[in-house]
Design a protein. Structure first.
Length: 341
């Protein structure tokens, strides 16, 4: 992986190849909420189940992605209260105005942030070289502002109070690096001198994945005014930056994203249309992948095992990271053979 990130030629296509193994002896996943997020015994039961009953092939590394729900670290750091459910975690808006957000002084000792820090410490102590530990902090600032204020109120503020939006964005941005560094230091010994976040891609040094799901509701001009600096600043002083391109509605902002020098890889997902075959089929997005690769960036692509060969014949094999979930171990080994150059 270090050679691949350095631009050196490697002997096969870089990919995460996984499959279920030993399912006859696999304990049940505990999907009880909030226990599966906050209870140590439940969290580590589910972790061990994943570690012991998954085939980890290629660049798929055994790992613990510490997960309390989407947007958790940013939401709770600025005072939101999580509402845990079996499927996800929700947050009610907790600020009445941008002025309140600008004036807010977060408490790094708050219950939920400390729970995240403590879980990172516990799993780092348990890892003993068996698995990587995820790193993350405050990020996705525009999405965070929408969460804290409420989507409708925030979208109105983009039009009615643009300068305050920028002021609030910048007020939150300054917490990104210190929160990331706090977690990075805890997990450092587990990650072989690199970073590993929810995208499950190891990189040497420090790296982060950013996003702006709200951008499907704004124009490219508004993206450049409000979101661009959120992305750009988040990648500064890091070795690698990734972006979560969540659905067709975000493609209109791709040219802006490709102007960010420290953005090295873009993950494509079909968003809410993930169940529609025309959206999940990677062959329908070849032009998108080529745009990303022609700009010298790596494309992170989910692909079914039976489409690996066909896909690789259409794109740059050196600038792709494939994620391939196979039905069984035999299929996984076949995929690994197909990745050889």
């Amino acid at each position: 992986m270090a050679d691949w990130w350095a631009g050196k030629r490697v002997d096969r296509v870089v990919a995460s190849v996984t499959a279920p193994v030993r399912q006859d002896a696999c304990p049940a996943y505990i999907n009880k909420s909030p226990e599966k997020y906050v209870d140590d015994e439940t969290v580590f039961h589910n972790l061990e189940r994943s570690l012991n009953h998954t085939f980890w092939g290629g660049e798929a590394f055994p790992c613990h992605w510490i997960y309390f729900g989407p947007m958790f670290t940013s939401a709770v750091y600025f005072g939101a209260e999580p509402i845990f459910t079996a499927d996800t975690t929700w947050y009610d808006p907790c600020f009445d105005s941008l002025d309140d957000i600008i004036a807010y002084e977060p408490d790094p000792q708050n219950k939920w942030w400390r729970m995240y820090v403590d879980m990172t410490k516990k799993t780092a102590e348990r890892s003993a070289g068996r698995y990587l530990v995820s790193v993350g902090g405050v990020g996705a600032i525009i999405d965070t502002l929408a969460l804290l204020l409420g989507n409708e109120k925030f979208l109105c503020a983009l039009k009615d109070e643009p300068e305050k939006v920028i002021q609030a964005r910048d007020a939150l941005l300054k917490y990104g690096r210190p929160t990331f560094d706090e977690i990075f230091e805890i997990a450092d010994d587990c990650n072989d001198g690199g970073s590993f976040d929810w995208l499950s891609v190891w990189t040497p040094g420090k790296a982060t994945t950013n996003q702006c799901d709200l951008c499907v509701m704004i124009s490219p001009e508004m993206f450049d005014r409000f979101v661009f600096d959120d992305m750009k600043v988040s990648y500064e002083d890091l070795e690698h930056g990734f972006y979560h391109l969540d659905g067709e509605g975000e493609i209109m902002h791709l040219d802006s994203l490709l102007r960010i020098d420290k953005l090295h890889m873009i993950q494509w997902v079909p968003s809410t249309k993930a169940a529609a075959p025309e959206y999940t089929d990677p062959m329908n997005w070849i032009d998108l992948f080529r745009r990303i690769q022609d700009a010298g960036r790596r494309a992170y692509i989910y692909t079914p095992h039976y489409q690996v060969k066909e896909l690789l014949n259409k794109i740059d094999r050196d600038l792709v990271y494939l994620s391939v979930n196979c039905p069984d171990e035999q299929t996984a080994y076949q995929v690994l053979r197909e990745l050889e150059k």
